[in-house]
Every structure is written in C-alpha cells, then in structure tokens.
Ligand binder design. Structure first.
Ligand SMILES: Cc1ncc(COP(=O)(O)O)c(C=O)c1O
Length: 427
C-alpha cells in the first residue's frame, strides 16, 4: 500500500486514540535481526525493538521455526485441557525469576498481567487498597490505567478508587525537590507516610516498574527498592514488580530488579517473553499464588503457540548470551551518551541500565525539549535509525534496541545522533 494509503485507511477505519511516531512515517514490511526494512526496500537500524519487545532480534530463525512447527501441530485447545508447553514455560520462568517466585498465570499482554497480579495480591492479603508510583505505567485496562501515574495515559476521567500514588525516585527532577544522596531516600520513606496518611493502613500491594520505561527510563538509586521493601514488609503489603518492559536480559540480567537483590512476592512479564507473539504472565511465591483458588482462566492465555514462542525466546536469549551483550554494549553506549551530554546542551540527563537507556532532552536549564525530541527522532529516521521516545513531557530519547546489536551498531547510532543533535541545536 505504502505509507500514504495506510494513513488514509487508518484515519477512516482505526479509532483515533492510536497515534504513530513521525510527521512522515514509513511502512515497515520486513525485519531481520537488528534491522527493519520499509516498503521502498530501505534498511533501518532498529534501536527501539518495537518498545522493548524484540530482544532476540526480528524474525529470529530458531524462534520462527519453532513457532511455525507448533502452529502446524497444535495451535489452540484452551487451558481447560492439558498441554505440555504451558507447564514447561511456567517451570522455566520459575527457574530464571528471582527468589521464590514459582507459580505462573498466563495471559496475553502486560496490562492483563498487571490486572491479574493486583487481583492475586488482593486475594492473598484480603485487602483492596493499592499503591503505585508517580510516572509509572501499568497498562490500558481500567485498573491498569487507574494505577498509571502518567496523565497522558490516564484516559478514563473516573479512575478506580483505593489507589494512592507515592513520589518516584526521579532524581533528575526530584518530586520532593531534594538531592541524592543527601535526601536520605525521602521518596522511599514517603511510602510509609502515604500508607499512614492516605490509606486505612491495610494496603494489599505496591506495584512498581524497577526502571520506569514510559516515565522516561527513570532509574532509582541502588538502595531504593531495598528500603521500599522493608517498609512494605512492616505494613504487611506485597511488592508487585512490573518487568513488562525491563525483563528478559534487557538491563544485563534476566530481570532489572535483580540488580538490587530485592525479591518481590509477585512479578509481571509480557513483551519480550514472546519476541513479538502476544503473551503476558504473572508469577508469584507459592504462599501468595496458592491463595488464588477461585476459578480463573484466559481463553488464549497459555496457548501452545505463545508458550512455544516463550520457550524458544528464552533458549535464544540464553544460548546467544544476550543479557551479557546487553550489559557490555549498554555500558559502552551509556558512557558514550554521557560524552555526548558534555558536548550537547540539549542532553540534560543520561540514565538506565544495560540496553534500557534514556537521554532526557532539555533547553533553558531543565525545561523539557519535546519539540526538539520529535525532531531528533525524525532526523534519525531519515538517516536510517529508529530510536524511541517517552517521558512525562515526551522529551526522553529511548535506546532499547534488540539485544543482538553489536559494537558497530552502537558506534553508527552515536555518530548519527551526534550530527543530528548538532543540527537540532542549530550549531
Ligand atoms: C511497564 C509496562 N507495564 C505494562 C504495560 C502494558 O503492556 P501491554 O501494552 O502489553 O498491555 C507496558 C506497555 O508499554 C509497560 O511498559
């Protein structure tokens, strides 16, 4: 069709809440490894991986072959019948997730996983109140949206009640106007204050991304989650860690929360587990999981094709040492982004871990440079490189490539970014 006709049909047939990047978008028709190809056959280096999904690279031959084989063998029966891939993937997740996380429930998306995790926390504690972080994103369902701390994604004007927000560890723009480390982690201490002042005291759980993706790759100080967990323990509240965006090798470990040695009672996953196939899950420690005994099912959750995609993806991430690659290349990329920051006033902050990195663009001090961010994205695309953006003010460049990239890809992206920043700064 080409981009023009697709845009026309999108206007006519797609509900307009669905936006797209770029003033002049291209039509992607093919992907392989770290590359995408448009309808004119032009190659792009993908540094966004479909928003942290394609960790093993586009159309990985082993994953594709195993999915095709499963589609031709048994596609669906519903989880009211016994099949093998669902228990295999659950066992595999129990093996790679931190601490005593063991029992999984499979669904089809990150939003659904977070909804289900909250239901489980409520069933396990007999409590209903919840805590969430400012700038966090939980999903598009009614409850997910209500737990989301980003105004732009809180579309419903009457969100669910019983949810209190706590200030996040956004050190570049501290919500408490303090400076780390002199702040003594006041944002973590605020969890206790919020429980004491905004709730009945009986909170079921706090849900948090270990690194806030849509919030702008907001990365907390290393001690933050340990302190938050101690406070939650004191009040008998559970910790739900949302690894939907940060999971499966992206930050240099299987899961981002492992960087800080904290063991949540419930974890949610989606996106990269399927490497492009719809999938979601929540996994819990046995004593929490075992409290969910009333009937619960998802027609397509746990279907053999998604489960096979998950198993194949985990095999590839392990075999190709993609978490190790993310750690190594991520450290190099972050170092070089910090060097760019020294030369480009537009970059106000660089943050993240592994290949989940962000550069916040600012002007006149710390004023969010949203228009400039869009311009950088467009010019990078015109030079054949796809990067992402996020943040409360949509002014954070997101670098979340497939984990199969190599050092040459990092250098090429940085070379182009350096030029583009110079152009946008009007130097
Ligand atoms: C951290 C986080 N949680 C949940 C979601 C929702 O996932 P989904 O879009 O698969 O419903 C997202 C989506 O971007 C996310 O980044």
């Amino acid at each position: 069709m080409g981009p023009g006709e697709i845009l026309d049909k999108k206007r006519e047939f797609i509900i307009p809440c669905l936006n797209h990047f770029y003033q002049e978008p291209v039509q992607f028709v093919r992907g392989r490894g770290q590359y995408l190809y448009d309808s004119n056959g032009r190659q792009y280096l993908d540094f966004f991986a479909g928003v942290s999904v394609i960790n093993a690279g586009h159309c990985h031959p082993e994953i594709t072959a195993r999915i095709c084989d499963q589609v031709q063998t048994l596609q669906h029966v519903c989880n009211i019948y016994l099949t093998q891939p669902i228990v295999e993937l659950a066992e595999r997740l129990a093996g790679i997730t931190p601490g005593r996380l063991q029992k999984s429930f499979f669904c089809n998306s990150g939003s659904e996983a977070n909804d289900g995790a909250v239901l489980l926390a409520r069933a396990a504690t007999g409590r209903s109140e919840l805590l969430a972080l400012q700038d966090g994103l939980c999903g598009r369902t009614y409850l997910g949206m209500s737990l989301t701390g980003l105004g732009m994604w809180r579309t419903d004007p009457n969100p669910a009640g019983g949810i209190s927000f706590v200030p996040n560890a956004y050190c570049y723009r501290c919500p408490l106007n303090l400076n780390y480390p002199g702040c003594d982690l006041a944002c973590a201490e605020a969890v206790a204050q919020v429980i004491e002042t905004a709730t009945s005291g009986g909170v079921a759980a706090l849900i948090a991304e270990p690194i806030q993706g849509n919030g702008g790759i907001i990365t907390p100080p290393p001690e933050y989650f340990r302190r938050v967990k101690e406070i939650l323990n004191k009040y008998g509240a559970l910790l739900i860690i949302d690894e939907v965006q940060s999971g499966f090798g992206r930050t240099g470990k299987w899961f981002a929360i492992e960087h800080w040695g904290v063991e949540p009672e419930i974890m949610t996953v989606a996106k990269a587990l399927g490497n492009g196939v719809p999938i979601g899950a929540f996994i819990a420690v046995p004593e929490v999981a075992d409290r969910y005994t009333r009937p619960g099912s998802s027609t397509l959750g746990g279907n053999p094709v998604s489960m096979t995609a998950g198993l194949a993806t985990l095999d590839v991430i392990e075999k190709e040492r993609l978490a190790e690659n993310a750690a190594e290349l991520g450290a190099s990329l972050k170092g070089q982004l910090l060097e760019l920051k020294d030369r480009h006033p537009l970059i106000g902050d660089v943050r993240g871990l592994g290949l989940m990195l962000g550069a916040e663009l600012v002007k006149n001090g710390q004023e969010p440079a949203a228009t400039e961010t869009d311009r950088v994205l467009e010019l990078m695309k015109n030079r054949g490189i796809i990067i992402g953006k996020n943040g409360r003010s949509r002014n954070v460049l997101a670098f979340q490539p497939p984990l199969v990239i190599d050092g040459g890809d990092v250098l090429e992206m940085l070379r182009q970014l350096d030029d583009v920043l110079t152009e946008v700064e009007g130097k």
